[in-house]
Design a protein around this ligand. Structure first.
Ligand code: ZN
Length: 396
């Protein structure tokens, strides 16, 4: 494969290309990169940043783009060796921390601090991107705080979290804040059409029901079984006519979400184990080799199990968000804004439901869904949480 060593001379800042509808954030980041090159101390460039935004707004993409721009000779061309190796996680000065488990533990942070204590090998910046800073345990956050309070002269910390409240106040007070926004449906649809070659009708549908979450919109547009799962989930509110039906709906929801999470996880698990065995030399007969590989595979399987738990939770959360859009649409119809509904493909069912149920109970039902999501995020048992929720949704 040919390796392109240099970017085109007049390259645009293409590391920012995939950040849809984030012009304000991009302007701040570009200003910081300019300041970091000027050699003059400036408030625009600082050692700790926190990127917040709703799921799908691209907070980790923005942080990684910034990391690329800081180390790229061309301020983020997206094409040079620096940009590409930073993105793939193989650049010696850019560390991207992704969490597969439910939390980031203090031992992991300590290990990270040892690893990142060195000066940057290429002379620019040493950048650490932490994609799930909201998953830091309290002791892990405190260990990180020390590093952020006294950063190395050339070290930059980029933390990502859903909101500022998800980051310890002591940490966030030392960070510059980048707020990302949910892009418009039109902007998301345009990306799906132009970047992914998805048909305009499908792109518009996927963008609308995914409410600005680009990754989810793309996944939905490209997978028919994901779409049929979604439509089964969207029909659950219409089946809640007794308590027995409510329990059945809860089970269906958990089953569908679990299947979906398992489908996307199992391919990845197998790939990872195969790669690991490859690394240890599959079929190697040396005793030490076999023991080492078996131990590594066992550790990997443990990590994969933790990830599976998280993926099922995320999948249930996505299903609950989808169901919430049903009641949101009902509320729109009940308050006379029928043209603002998201699920236009269910328009008749939504109108019929809106006519039969009082407005105040719709509001309560949306509240109940949001409460269930909060409980799930605090590790409540998924099936139990969904049963309690469906019973509340089944009330008139
Ligand atoms: Zn570059």
């Amino acid at each position: 494969m040919a390796i392109r060593d240099s970017a085109p001379v007049n390259a645009t800042h293409s590391v920012y290309e995939n950040l849809v509808g984030q012009e304000h954030a991009i302007a701040i980041l570009k200003g910081a990169v300019d300041a970091s090159r000027s050699g003059v101390e400036s408030q625009e460039m600082t050692h700790a940043w926190v990127f917040t935004g709703p799921p799908g707004s691209g907070r980790s993409s923005a942080a990684i783009a910034f990391a690329q721009a800081l180390i790229c000779p061309d301020k983020g061309c997206g094409a040079c060796n620096e940009c590409r190796s930073a993105l793939s996680g193989s650049h010696p000065d850019v560390e991207i921390i992704r969490t597969e488990g439910l939390s980031i533990k203090v031992e992991e942070v300590r290990e990270l601090l040892t690893r990142t204590a060195w000066a940057p090998s290429m002379g620019g910046w040493r950048v650490v991107v932490m994609e799930d800073a909201d998953r830091l345990t309290e002791s892990a956050a405190n260990a990180l705080l020390k590093a952020i309070e006294e950063p190395g002269a050339r070290t930059v910390w980029l933390l990502c979290a859903p909101t500022l409240h998800d980051v310890l106040p002591t940490i966030r007070s030392r960070c510059r804040h980048i707020q990302l926004h949910t892009p418009s449906d039109d902007a998301v649809a345009q990306v799906l059409i132009n970047r992914d070659g998805i048909s305009p009708a499908m792109a518009t549908f996927a963008a609308r029901v995914s409410q600005g979450h680009i990754g989810r919109a793309k996944y939905l547009a490209l997978n028919e079984n994901v779409r049929s799962n979604r439509s089964a989930i969207m029909n659950l509110p219409l089946q809640l006519n007794s308590l027995a039906a409510a329990f059945k709906a809860a089970q269906t929801l958990v089953d569908l979400a679990t299947t979906q999470a398992q489908q996307s996880a199992s391919d990845r698990d197998e790939r990872e184990i195969a790669a690991l065995q490859e690394a240890y030399g599959k079929g190697a007969t040396g005793r030490g080799m076999a023991t080492g590989a078996a131990k590594a595979v066992k550790e990997l399987e443990k990590e994969q199990k933790a990830r599976a738990t998280r993926m099922v939770r995320d999948s249930i959360d996505g299903a609950l968000l989808d169901i919430a859009t049903f009641y949101r649409d009902v509320m729109m119809v009940q308050s006379g804004s029928a043209d603002a509904i998201i699920n236009t493909d269910m328009s008749d069912a939504i109108h019929a439901y809106a006519a039969k149920h009082p407005h105040h109970s719709t509001v309560q039902k949306i509240g109940a869904i949001m409460e269930a999501r909060t409980n799930l995020s605090h590790n409540a048992a998924p099936l139990l949480t969904c049963e309690a929720l469906m019973c509340r949704l089944a009330k008139a």
